[in-house]
Design a protein around this ligand. Structure first.
Ligand code: ZN
Length: 250
């Protein structure tokens, strides 16, 4: 089965339209959205509607929960907090209701899928190092776990079995637009990157195609109309930094 996985849209309509077009072209069997559909960008409702229409299995992220008032935003940075308050004011009742119905993880067909980390999905921990990944590998049983949250696409690999130390965890980059064969006899945590606000110094929108029969993953990176998304952010009165960073990919 071919899975299309996308995450961290953050109200960026131009990026989401581009990614969904690309996914349609790739003829994936199943679509999965790993959450953070809203927060930061100027089109939360349109992004909720498109995600819903795509029939993607969808889980919630921390910004979705924050926009619904389910998460304390006092620890968010100033820009993120301002964007959540704006999103709360602009989120339609219908969008909020749909977001409220999303779960926090999926486990099926030998895949685990969660927004932030498999161990404690509601603590919204980041997996940013082999040590972080080492802790998380002990918290799920499937051969592969897909995450988003950091907005940085990448891969961690662990031995399939046995008692191993943190030093055995390998960290790999995912080459853009090229299938990568995942090694047999290793478990993986794969970060699918971000649709609407990449932070790995590549401003192109990201999504991942995963073929569970061949164990190959392809990180798609796509140009989209960044300028238009930036104008919408500025016109909405959101913090200008949120527009600026789209062009930087950071
Ligand atoms: Zn996010």
């Amino acid at each position: 089965m071919r899975w299309a996985l996308f995450s961290d849209i953050h109200g960026n309509l131009e990026a989401l339209e581009t990614v969904l077009d690309s996914i349609r072209g790739a003829r994936a069997d199943r679509l999965v959205c790993l959450g953070d559909i809203v927060g930061y960008g100027a089109n939360p409702n349109e992004c909720v509607t498109l995600t819903k229409q795509s029939s993607a299995l969808t889980i919630a992220g921390n910004h979705d929960h924050a926009a619904l008032g389910l998460l304390d935003i006092s620890e968010f940075n100033d820009h993120a907090r301002a964007a959540i308050i704006w999103t709360q004011d602009n989120l339609a009742g219908e969008s909020a209701e749909w977001l409220r119905g999303r779960g926090i993880f999926l486990a099926e067909a030998k895949l685990r899928i969660v927004h932030a980390s498999p161990g404690h999905p509601l603590e919204w921990n980041y997996i940013l190092s082999p040590m972080d990944a080492y802790q998380e590998f002990r918290m799920f049983e499937e051969p592969i776990c897909f995450v988003g949250h950091s907005h940085v696409a990448g891969l961690y690999l662990a031995p399939e079995e046995g008692d191993y130390a943190a030093g055995f965890i390998q960290e790999r980059e995912l080459p853009p637009n090229e299938p990568l064969q995942l090694p047999k006899n290793q478990r993986a945590i794969l970060n699918v990157g971000s649709v609407g606000q990449p932070r790995d110094r590549d401003p192109r929108a990201a999504w991942v195609l995963y073929d569970d029969e061949t164990a190959t993953a392809t990180l798609h990176r796509l140009e989209y109309d960044i300028e238009s998304a930036q104008h919408r952010i500025l016109d909405a009165g959101l913090p200008p930094f949120l527009a600026y960073r789209l062009g930087m990919g950071s």
